[in-house]
Write a protein that binds this ligand. Sequence first.
Ligand SMILES: *Cc1c(COP(=O)(O)O)cnc(C)c1O
Length: 410
Amino acid sequence: MALVNEHFLKLSNNYLFADIAKKVNAFKVSHPKTQVISLGIGDVTQPLCPAVIEAMHKSVDEMASKQTFHGYGPEHGYDFLREEILKNDFLPRGIHLDINEIFVNDGAKSDTGNIQEIVRWDNSVGVTDPIYPVYIDSNVMIGRAGEMQNGKWSNVTYFPCTAENNFIPQLPDHRVDMIYLCYPNNPTGTVLPKEELRKWVNFALHNDAIIFYDAAYESYIQDDLIPHSIYEIKGARKCAIEFHSYSKTAGFTGVRCGYTVIPKELTAATLDGKERIPLNHLWERRQSTKFNGTSYISQRAAAAIYTPSGKQQTRETINYYMGNANIMMESLTRMGFQVYGGKNAPYLWVKTPNGEDSWKFFEQLLYGVGVVCTPGVGFGPSGEGYFRLTAFGERENCQEAMHRIAEWYK
Ligand SMILES: *Cc1c(COP(=O)(O)O)cnc(C)c1O
């Protein structure tokens, strides 16, 4: 008799975006005349830039002739892209990586979810709270997270990030084997200064732990002092895996491309402690079995981001989104909201007025002004009492939403 993996059944209480959609639809039915504005979306809205489109057209044409057709590519990605990554994303920051430390992927979600396969199922896990749900859910599926008790997983250590600690997670007072960090952060939009990140690297080195560092929003950093890569910290190559994505950088949510860095110095012990295994090799082995590479067209598209025109055009789009963030931040602050994030990330993390709970405020905002936010508690227990706004919308929608909230709020 084939039995199901019952760990999956534990996940069934996770319905955040479906719950939001249901409530928004109910509102639309009862308020057909209201133009609903969504500031809750996590997807980008601006099209791919011309440099990327041109590269895609060209590679599609290559596929049309026998001489230039591309079938299966290398599982770890084409060198034309890996070389651009080394040259543009790391060398200018003084980080020297080997080309074989770069694994091109079909987006950061797959790799942040799959990476946990190459370490033992009974390692302990630590996450910042609130959090991008993939890190926990992928560990639940394999049985590593334990059971859900009072809103928390029994085998997961939560590092709360709230206004009280300025969204700086505190090191745990006990061992944690696997640590997930995401900076700039989704959902809070906050960043970690170098000296704080250094504490985590040192903790991982001392405890023989691994840090899974999600840098999906790295290109939104405006402040020169904030690290773009964990490898800017000494010793990180021995303890950290880093994930990058072109989704938010260049609007690749529908194209699918990113990359993962696994330095060769990064090793983990066998159970008997007698051997240290390089994780770079394990991941390469895993990928060559379960992954057949990102499409040639997507990789050509990604390489075009690194051309002079590609760089300039992607920067313009990022500036557009950050302009939205600025408008929302200024308006909400003027209205008296406590607003966090939004300076080095396309997310604003806002305290609900009068300590209302996240879902109650979500409904008030929807029924009061027809604006959709994301309730903070949907990202973890420490998100209660906050809501998230994204800067990925259209400028005029942002402005209109702020105008409506200001009228309603005074
Ligand atoms: C959007 C996002 C990603 C990127 O996912 P893709 O699969 O590359 O589209 C990764 N991590 C976080 C935290 C995100 O918000």
